[in-house]
Design a protein around this ligand. Structure first.
Ligand code: HEM
Length: 513
């Protein structure tokens, strides 16, 4: 009996080990037969990885490395590892063929210090909350029919810009275009989002502008902390604490405006007067909504709009002016077009833009050479194959649109500012539609592409065309004698100018006489 029992146990053990061996054999066999290698990577140094290969302009350094290591490479900056995609066909694979798998963004930089962590839209993982908010953006909040209702706001802010520059011209003062454009974009978004009228003054908009700037600066510094890996939670520099302070101030201010909106909600009956906060509060109150929004979600979403929409649009307008001031012939050609279509008695306005192809080409060319978001950050959902390399789940992927939009294989004289290339008459074929900008054409991606593409692209274009057009229409611009605007790019993730542009405006046409 005991012998039979032992025989059965032995038999079971033998089968168990045999099964283990077979499993191991197949795993190893299949692995060596089908597993792809990761993307190529430059030789790395211990601890710092590839940090020593990175210069002051990150997208440019990555572009140089990609020339040697290919359109998909792996880079390690201290503790942060990511894959960099640098040509149109890899971008198409990520944004089109594998869009769903790359539809999340990783948490990065400042996320630990974000008081709205968990309800942020821009860095949300792909899922129910993000889908709900994106649909809301595309069908209501930032849809063209809604943006049309805010046309007067944009027009008034453009007039304020021209008035402010006119004052500089009258007093012979230097004009800080960076400050002027930031005021324009901040005021426009602030009024669309939460009508400063609610508090009866414009001070809230001013305070929000200051807080958004502080938060963006601090968040930028914290992004660099990613190279420290887990050590970044110690917040050695105290930047995280400062960020929490600034965010708390923003929270209190918007809380107050939210309360005022709730009180006024009953009085507001006309759809036209509703701002984005009113619409968000309607959804907050709707018991049948797919997702019940909280107040924290509303405050966080509006902050995302400020973060994503103000500096990006302002930087692009600065670059447009800088390029135009440095190229008097291009400047004159644009002014001639505006003079012909608009005439001498009024300011260029949004409804003129369809009749101003050269103005549209100037803005598109600006975004090609100087994309405000040169590195688009995504996260890979599941293990996958990209461009013949293995990319592991949770890998951060940066699509270097700066490199793609200056790729000499697909652009003629890629580093030159040549708006003509976007005109229908151009010999350079940009894509199926010459002026398409919303991510259908993978060689031209200033606003990203796919599910996660920028929902504010139409708004950005609506703000930028008339503002740049008006400054060309009304003023000549003088820089220091014999000097040109410094077109060097600043350090960091964003594509801001190294030195914000300051010039002397000289009145050419007075729209207010
Ligand atoms: C010149 C101006 C702008 C540029 C160049 C720009 C560019 C971008 C880019 C490249 C992305 C990432 C897209 C991707 O992952 O595929 C993005 C995302 C985003 N942008 Fe813009 N943007 C601009 C203006 C705006 C404006 C005016 C708003 C709204 C007020 C806005 C709101 C957003 C939001 C909310 C996201 C995140 C979308 C998501 O994660 O689903 N942007 N933008």
């Amino acid at each position: 009996m005991a012998a039979t029992h032992m025989f059965y146990c032995l038999n079971l053990l033998i089968w168990f080990f045999a099964a283990l061996l077979i499993h191991y054999f197949f795993k190893t066999f299949l692995k060596s037969g089908t597993q792809l290698n990761g993307p190529p990577s430059p030789p790395a140094l211990p601890i710092i990885g590839h940090l020593h290969l990175i210069g002051s302009v990150l997208p440019k350094s990555l572009q140089t490395l990609a020339r040697k290591y290919g359109p998909l490479m792996e880079i390690r900056l201290g503790a942060a590892t990511c894959c960099i995609a640098s040509n149109a066909s890899v971008a198409k694979e990520i944004f089109k063929y594998q869009d769903l798998n790359f539809s999340s963004r990783p948490e990065f930089g400042s996320s630990e210090h974000f008081i709205y962590r968990g309800s942020r839209f821009v860095t949300a993982q792909y899922g129910d909350y993000w889908r709900f908010m994106k649909k809301l953006c595309m069908t209501r909040l930032l849809a063209v029919h809604q943006l049309d209702k805010f046309m007067d706001i944009r027009d008034e802010e453009k007039v304020r810009l021209v008035e402010s520059v006119t004052r500089c011209a009258r007093e012979g003062k230097l004009c800080d275009l960076s400050g002027e454009f930031t005021t324009l974009t901040n005021n426009t978004i602030c009024r669309m989002a939460m009508s400063t009228r609610c508090s009866g003054t414009d001070n809230d908009a001013e305070e929000i502008k200051g807080l958004v700037k502080t938060c963006l600066d601090l968040a930028g510094k914290l992004s660099l902390g990613d190279v420290l890996g887990p050590f970044k939670i110690f917040d050695f520099s105290g930047t995280g604490k400062k960020l929490v302070g600034a965010l708390t101030k923003y929270d209190r201010l918007v809380e107050k405006i939210l309360k005022e909106h709730k009180e006024k909600a009953l009085e507001v009956s006309d759809m036209k007067t509703k701002d984005l906060m009113d619409i968000l509060l309607e959804i907050y109150d709707d018991p049948t909504a797919e997702i019940r929004l909280s107040e924290k979600d509303i405050k966080s979403f509006l902050l995302d709009l400020f973060f994503a929409g103000t500096d990006t649009s302002s930087a692009a307008m600065q670059w447009a002016m800088a390029e135009l001031i440095n190229k008097p012939e291009t400047f004159q050609r644009l002014r001639d077009e505006i003079n012909k279509v608009v005439g001498p008695n009024r300011l260029v306005k949004e409804s003129d833009v369809p009749n101003l192809p050269y103005l549209r080409a100037v803005i598109r060319e600006t975004l090609r050479l100087h994309p405000s978001a040169p590195l688009i950050i995504r996260e890979c959902g599941e293990d996958c194959d990209v461009n013949g390399s293995f990319v592991k789940a949770k890998t951060r992927v940066l699509v270097n649109v700066y490199a793609i939009m200056r790729d000499p294989d697909i652009w003629n004289v890629p580093d030159e500012f040549i708006p003509d290339r976007f005109l229908e008459s151009s010999g350079e074929k940009i894509g199926e539609h010459q002026m398409e900008y919303k991510g259908q054409n993978f060689r031209y991606l200033p606003f990203g592409s796919g599910r996660r593409g920028c929902p504010g692209a139409s708004l950005a274009m609506m703000m930028m065309h008339p503002a740049v057009g008006a400054l060309v229409q009304c003023f000549d611009w003088k820089f220091k004698e014999g000097e040109k605007v410094d077109l060097r790019q600043g350090p960091g993730f964003a594509a801001e100018m190294l030195h914000p542009i300051k010039c002397y405006p000289i009145k050419y046409m007075d729209p207010f006489k």
